[in-house]
Ligand binder design. Sequence first.
Ligand code: HEC
Ligand code: HEC
Length: 406
Amino acid sequence: MKNKLYLAVLFLVALIVYTACKKEDKIDDPNGGKNGNDFIYDPTPYEFNFPGYFPTILNIPDDNPMTVEGVELGRYLFYDGRLSGRTHPDSLMSCGTCHIQEHAFTTGINHPVYTGGHPFGLTGIPTPQLTMPLVNLVFNNNGYLWNGMIHEDNPNLGSAAYGVEPLPEFHMRNIESLVWMGIVAPHEMYGSVEQTVNLIASIDMYAPKFQAAFGTPEVTYERISKAIAQFIRSLVSFDSRFDKYLRGELQLTEQELHGFVLFSTESGADCFHCHGGAQNPLWTTNLFYNNAKDSVFTSQTDPRDRYAVTGNPKDRGAYKAPTLRNVELTAPYMHDGRFETLEEVIDFYSDQLVYSPYAHSLMHKLPDGGARLNPNEKESLLAFIKSLTDHNFVTNPDFSKPDDLP
Ligand code: HEC
Ligand code: HEC
């Protein structure tokens, strides 16, 4: 009891001292660059706890090391609708508006506003393609977005195809740059970086969070983007039924195991070349393929396919093979959301492959029009895919919207 009182008093004193220093900061140093005497910048390095069978190469830029404080600030910004730079209830938008946790950070097909799961920006302009899941992106070194446009060696500083003009200070090379795109793109927040920075800087709650994460309370675009990128990198999923099976914590059903064998064999459904397997727990190669959905004529028309990035004709109609981890929660499917259910996707791979000269050579079943699975095999494949759902990931409070945000 006494201890608690003591702590409360200490906390109060600290708060008063902090507030006083904060005011001083503002008066003495218009850049907010001074910490006052009581604040020691000592962020805690962020530690991942994924299992040993996960890849160990992480995509974390040298100039944005992850810290507990940075990730926590990023969580607030990711979910704060004022990231749009506006305060009117109709104009609030954040990353979390479209990237929703219960749908593995996609929009989900049953969204009350975005009918069929296709989101649009504050302008009403729809996003060119469907939302991608934000899952295990820290393990991806092969480019972000459906066509991988955002990657380390990207010579292109922006992209007219995404409705945003290139700006040299916003290199389009990693998750950090997607924050800029989200703020300015007409199909997303359609705001300005300056407006967003000013609004966030005017919210009292943020000064201590920026200070804890970056050493001073100063709000800059660079810090906003770095913190959000840190939060996104922390979104690691490793607790599906299949993970537990790999760790020897449970036994899968006969049906799930049957589906796994079909998935992982060329004579079966032949999915593993592009979507990973027991050796690749990301359930994606993170590479780009044309998976034989369209004839030449329809696949040649998308200005945002992989071809738009590489200029290689072989890449026409090719897109990132998305992770199948949590795919049960991410309908509708494919970059254009053409399939509403996993049953439809399986029917497609089984019976509806469409020939074009651009179909990837790993689509071995193309000559037969598909893997030609019988109903029993389709059910097994579906049961297996559902064993990749990580319910702990989509309910983990560390990844949820903070309670004290409007
Ligand atoms: C209006 C809906 C919407 C909002 C708001 C939004 N996104 Fe997205 N996000 C998308 C869509 C759609 C895609 C896929 C775009 C594409 O490839 O054409 C995407 C893709 C991404 C990807 C790539 C994932 C991958 O696997 O390559 C990242 C990272 C991302 N968004 C982060 C963010 C961040 C950070 C914010 C907030 C600043 C944000 N998004 C706000 C809809 C949205
Ligand atoms: C040649 C590589 C390749 C093979 C083989 C392959 N896929 Fe795919 N898969 C892809 C690509 C690429 C996409 C995304 C295409 C798009 O968005 O237009 C995709 C998309 C999907 C999706 C939708 C994911 C989402 O989030 O929208 C599912 C589910 C899927 N594949 C399951 C399977 C199954 C099951 C098999 C085996 C029967 C299989 N895939 C075989 C490359 C492949």
